[in-house]
Design a binder for this molecule. Structure first.
Ligand SMILES: Cc1cc2nc3c(=O)[nH]c(=O)nc-3n(C[C@H](O)[C@H](O)[C@H](O)COP(=O)(O)OP(=O)(O)OC[C@H]3O[C@@H](n4cnc5c(N)ncnc54)[C@H](O)[C@@H]3O)c2cc1C
Length: 422
């Protein structure tokens, strides 16, 4: 009997997990899924975890439970450090594995554009750990503000600057503003209206939600202004230290809280030639997601730069759908004889962003039509609930959101810091 082909998949996000699910129970393959976390999570709802509106377990799920029943799939907790292509091996932080086929689906990490001070003191929003850390910092500082007499220092603790006006920045500024309106004065009676600080949303481009239609951008600007969010465009954050955010127009904002949602870049691993990486440090691939210069290494999702899809000559947007669709396409191809493989072609399903309660925007594919307000908000809720990985999380999130809709409040504002014990 012929040995099974060994597939090693690194990264169990949207792309890696879709790949594994589509190829599960195909007898000719033995699949190992490696991830540095023991859970899959849903990044679009991180901002709700970071502000105490959702609990982390509602948007995450353990891999070993997801993979139950997939007889040919094994899970390995570990972080990829190096690839050795001429020996078909991957070096992890806790061992070495060999493969016949390697799939890199490790997504992106926060890009601080080389600014060490921003990296050290700002609050990123990329992982569940980031979201929990942001939650701890925000609620620790709110409490600290109640004990501070100096009004200027108090305001610095209560002013939030969000860098990056993509969907994450817009969502965060909206939810922080709603928190300021509906929760802060109830929970922190020591603070007066004057104390509550400002919320700034900054971007180097000339619009919010740069990838969306002009109508969506305009509606978002209007709603953010009604929520008292100060939107500052065509302006970059140049530095952040000693409680001051420095801007490219030589002004600055006094704030202890810089939330960094301004950029990502793909993860780089030792073992690939520099020439394998393209824009955003993504691995360059052909139309089948095969990494340039390799015979048996594929890259998927945010890690991949596939430029021969006709409408996406600069690569696909780094969002969930291209990752899911690439994972599925590669898995389906691996079930076929090589001459029957289908090149990847992205189906754009449109884009959505939420600004706050009852306020969202939706662009249809190719911006043919635009939906806003309550209807877009309902669509946003439906799409995000469907995107969660299992039924229990969908139900919990739905229940949670009904609670928020009725009471304009949620209660996951606990400051929980892990102890150092290993
Ligand atoms: C805050 C936020 C909000 C977002 N909102 C939206 C949205 O509303 N809509 C949308 O479409 N997209 C959204 N995105 C983008 C979307 O999440 C990504 O495009 C998508 O997750 C890419 O999927 P992926 O499988 O390529 O990578 P990911 O989903 O990022 O998965 C990568 C996986 O690799 C693992 N990993 C990383 N490094 C290693 C390593 N060295 N070794 C082992 N494992 C590793 C990670 O733990 C992770 O599980 C958002 C992203 C963020 C950060």
């Amino acid at each position: 009997m012929k040995d099974k082909s060994k597939i090693v998949v690194v990264g169990g996000g949207f792309a890696g997990l879709e790949f594994v699910k589509t190829l599960s129970n195909v007898e000719e393959y033995d699949i190992t899924l490696i991830d540095s976390n023991n859970y899959n999570f849903f990044p679009p709802l991180l901002y709700q975890v970071s502000t105490g509106f959702m609990e982390p377990s509602a948007i995450s799920y353990p891999f070993r439970k997801i993979l139950r029943g997939m007889k040919n799939v094994h899970f390995r907790l570990g972080s990829l450090e190096k690839v050795v292509p001429n020996e078909n091996k991957v070096v992890l932080d806790n061992g070495i594995l060999d493969y016949d086929i390697l799939v890199i689906a490790t997504g992106t990490e926060t890009n601080f554009f080389g600014n060490k001070s921003i990296e050290a003191y700002s609050l990123p929003m990329k992982t569940i750990s980031d979201a929990l850390s942001l939650r701890n910092v925000v609620f620790t500082r709110l409490d600290k503000a109640t004990r501070i007499e100096d009004k200027k220092e108090r305001k610095k603790l209560l002013t939030f600057v969000i860098a990056g006006a993509g969907p994450t920045g817009v969502e965060l500024s909206g939810i922080l503003s709603e928190m300021r309106m509906h929760i802060l004065q109830k929970d922190y009676p020591e603070l007066t209206d004057d104390d509550l600080g400002e919320i700034y949303l900054l971007d180097g481009q000339d619009s919010v939600l740069a990838a969306m239609s002009e109508k969506a951008q305009q509606y978002t600007l209007d709603k953010l202004s009604k929520l008292n969010v100060k939107v500052v465009l065509n302006t970059l954050v140049t530095d952040f230290k000693d409680g001051v955010v420095h801007l490219s127009d030589d002004t600055n904002i006094e704030s202890e809280n810089l939330i960094w949602a301004a950029g990502v870049s793909a993860r780089v691993f030792e073992g690939f030639d520099q020439s394998s990486y393209g824009a955003g440090k993504r691995l360059k691939t052909n139309e089948f997601n095969l990494v340039d210069g390799h015979q048996n290494i594929y890259a998927l999702g945010d890690s991949a730069l596939l430029t021969n899809d006709k409408n996406y000559a600069n690569g696909h947007p780094q969002i969930a759908q291209p990752a899911i669709q690439q994972g599925e396409n590669l898995a389906k191809n691996l079930k076929l004889a090589p001459n029957l493989w289908k090149p990847f072609k992205y189906t754009n399903k449109g884009s959505l962003a939420i600004i706050g309660r009852n306020k969202a925007v939706m662009d249809s594919p190719n911006h043919i039509f635009f939906v806003k307000g309550f209807l877009a908000w309902l669509i946003w809720i439906f799409v995000h609930i469907m995107g969660l990985v299992n039924f229990k999380n969908k139900l919990r999130t739905f229940y949670n959101w009904i609670g928020y809709y009725i009471y304009k409040d949620q209660y996951f504002r606990m400051i929980i810091k892990p102890s150092d014990k290993k």
